[in-house]
Design a protein around this ligand. Structure first.
Ligand SMILES: [Zn+2]
Length: 452
């Protein structure tokens, strides 16, 4: 921006060509967050159209106008950079009372948000309530690289062994549930002010662009920092839904309902409602609940009880075969079927939450034993969802889905993957220290080609 040498009295209007640019850069929609006022439509008579939008000046067209000119020169005042496309109501509101309540910084932020949203709609449809831009590691012990994962609407992530993928996902999960950062905490409280491990999630919402939440592990404590300030609770405008193998271990006192309540983080009535809404492309049949019954050594039936003596409530699937429907308890299903049910529940929950706030579903451990058709079925289901998804490609699927093209890992051409973008984490984050690496999935990754 340039400082003014302008004469004070003159009003500097936008040329029609500039107003057009201002309008088109936001797809003709009002740039005020959450405004859904109609702007364009057919004229009352004839074949013409009407436009109810206005190109409003952020810094004013006249020196004494709302918000003044901030010392900007004529060329800036007349430029598209200084214009905010609004519906007529907001165009009028932001100029009332000398622009009181609508400072230039806020209007520039709204302009940036509206343009970013329009850009996202062209390249990568965002969810209605915003989008997660990236997850990155800011600090990691002995790290030689700090990976940053940029997210699309539907992202597949894969990478070399120890690329930090699981650490990134765990820290993202900790934005909503700090237990996922538990594995990084140290035994002793720290006297240092420098976090041991730190991750950042940047996102945009209906109201703001470039928001960020950091998860910091400091000694035996986990902190969340929202927009540079410590926050007591998980941020309210975003929810990250994530599940690890550790979550899938049933605790001894749990019946099926308690297990699912813990896994989903919901109450009983929500569990029932969610169970009724699961996608049957992922589960072997509808999910129901009943009091468990077991037989004693004499063949006499008794109510099944938990170790603490409570009634054991079983979850079961109604599986329809060619003959009669069969009822199979959650524990009686194969591992792959069980995880299909759990994913279907998580997806149904995410669908509900995504109506209220920005939602990111991260899928990693749950799909390691899916076969090819089940994996592709999952991607098809997720591709239709109204929330953002991040799926880690299991190592066993690398050869099938990925290829190396001019030194870069890409998705093999496949119409079923058209809505998915691949992000490849190409360098190990640390050369030697295995101190905070989770055993299991990550350690078993094998390269499939020179690069992959
Ligand atoms: Zn408006």
């Amino acid at each position: 921006m340039r400082k003014s040498t302008a004469s004070p009295a003159k009003r500097i209007n936008f040329k029609p060509s500039v107003a057009k640019v201002i309008r088109e850069r936001v797809d003709g929609k009002c740039s005020v967050p959450r405004c859904k006022n109609a702007i364009r439509g057919p004229a009352a008579k004839g074949t013409g159209s009407i436009n109810l939008g206005v190109a409003s000046h952020i810094y004013s067209a006249a020196l004494g106008g709302p918000r003044g000119q901030g010392g900007m020169d004529n060329a800036f005042i007349a430029s598209a950079e200084n214009g905010l496309w609004c519906c007529q109501i907001h165009g009028s509101a932001i100029d009332k009372n000398a622009g009181e309540g609508y400072p230039p910084e806020q209007l520039f932020a709204w302009k940036a948000l509206a343009e970013a949203r329009a850009s996202k709609l062209i390249t990568d449809t965002p969810s209605p309530l915003g989008w997660v831009d990236a997850i990155q590691l800011l600090r990691f012990p002995h790290a030689t690289t700090l990976p940053r994962l940029e997210l699309s609407r539907c992202t597949l992530v894969a990478g070399v062994t120890a690329s930090g993928q699981t650490s990134l996902l765990d820290l993202a999960g900790a934005v909503t549930q700090s237990a996922y950062a538990q594995r990084f905490i140290q035994r002793e409280p720290s006297t240092s002010r420098v976090p041991f491990v730190e991750g950042r999630l940047t996102y945009a919402t209906v109201d703001a662009l470039d928001r960020s939440v950091d998860v910091q592990v400091l000694g035996d404590d986990i902190h969340r920092i929202l927009e540079g300030k410590p926050c007591l609770l998980p941020p309210g405008d975003i929810q990250v839904i994530y599940t690890t193998l550790n979550d899938l271990q049933a605790r001894p006192h749990e019946d099926d309902v308690a297990f699912l309540l813990r896994l989903l983080g919901v109450d009983r009535s929500a569990l029932k409602a969610i169970a009724n809404a699961i996608d049957l492309r992922l589960a072997p049949g509808p999910l129901r609940f009943r009091d468990g019954v077991e037989e004693d050594d004499h063949g006499v039936s008794h109510p099944r009880r938990t170790p603490s003596g409570e009634r054991y409530v079983e979850a079961f699937c109604e599986i329809r075969t060619d003959e009669l429907p069969a009822e199979v308890t959650l524990n009686g299903l194969s591992t792959s079927q069980q995880r299909g049910v759990i994913l279907a529940l998580l997806i149904a929950k995410a669908q509900q939450i995504s109506q209220e706030r920005l939602t990111l579903l991260i899928v990693e451990d749950l799909i390691v034993n899916f076969d090819s058709s089940k994996f592709m079925q999952l991607l098809a289901v997720l591709g239709e969802m109204p929330f953002q998804v991040l799926v880690a490609v299991p190592p066993a699927r690398h050869n099938e889905l990925l290829e190396e093209c001019a030194g870069v890992a890409t998705l093999k051409p496949n119409p079923d993957l058209s809505s998915w973008r691949l992000r490849w984490l190409g360098a190990p984050i640390q050369d030697s220290s295995p101190s905070v690496r989770r055993s299991g999935v990550q350690g078993s990754r094998a390269p499939i080609a020179k690069l992959l």
